[in-house]
Design a binder for this molecule. Structure first.
Ligand SMILES: Nc1ncnc2c1ncn2[C@@H]1O[C@H](COP(=O)(O)OP(=O)(O)OP(=O)(O)O)[C@@H](O)[C@H]1O
Ligand SMILES: Nc1nc2c(c(=O)[nH]1)N=C(CO)CN2
Length: 162
């Protein structure tokens, strides 16, 4: 099967978030149909939505031998492995994995929207993504990630020391 380049966002604001995100990257890379090609720095980010602890966020570039829905199923399965408590909408979680971009595919099904519909307004996604894929053109807005970043409010996003 052909390999497809994808971008994902990782987030956590419960438990040992940094350890969880590092472990999630290893778990992804141990999946036979998924290769993690690169990941961004780790960022501490102010919560968007209801009051809750700060998040650690990052983005990763994957090469996958999976259809979009299969990749989403893998991401949700890994989330489930790490998330032992019930989640409220936009509430705290031990691990959140969002599929941002699947090549230049535009897709809308009941369970999967591509590109991720809220990625263009989220500095906690655009800052880490611009680090690893600045020139990737968002297929709906036709803007490169680095251009989308120019209009984002990045005040709540802080790079963590290595
Ligand atoms: N591009 C996408 N990436 C991840 N999930 C998606 C995507 N498009 C649609 N979904 C659907 O969204 C559902 C709920 O996702 P989730 O609980 O992570 O939302 P959330 O993290 O609370 O909010 P947000 O989607 O704004 O980050 C998933 O089960 C999935 O079916
Ligand atoms: N800073 C930040 N805020 C959020 C995040 C996140 O990953 N980072 N995820 C949310 C639900 O997807 C809601 N709010």
């Amino acid at each position: 099967m052909k390999l497809t380049k994808c971008a994902i966002a990782l987030g956590s604001n419960l438990g040992d978030s940094l350890a969880t995100l590092k472990s999630a990257i290893l778990t992804l890379n141990n999946t036979p149909e998924i290769a993690v090609k690169s990941h961004s720095s780790w960022y501490q980010t102010a919560p968007v939505g209801p009051p809750q602890p700060d998040y650690i966020n990052a983005c990763a570039i994957l090469e996958v031998a999976l259809e979009p829905e299969q990749l989403l199923a893998n991401l949700l399965e890994i989330e489930r492995k790490f998330n032992r408590i019930r989640r409220e909408k936009w509430g705290p979680r031990t691990l959140d994995l969002d599929l941002l971009l699947y090549d230049n595919l535009i897709l809308e099904t009941p369970t999967l929207t591509l590109p991720h519909p809220r990625m263009t307004e989220r500095a906690f996604v655009l800052v880490p993504l611009a680090e690893i894929a600045p020139d990737w053109v968002h297929p709906v807005t036709k803007s490169a990630i680095v251009q989308l970043l120019q209009t984002a409010d990045c005040s709540g996003v802080q790079k963590l020391p290595l």
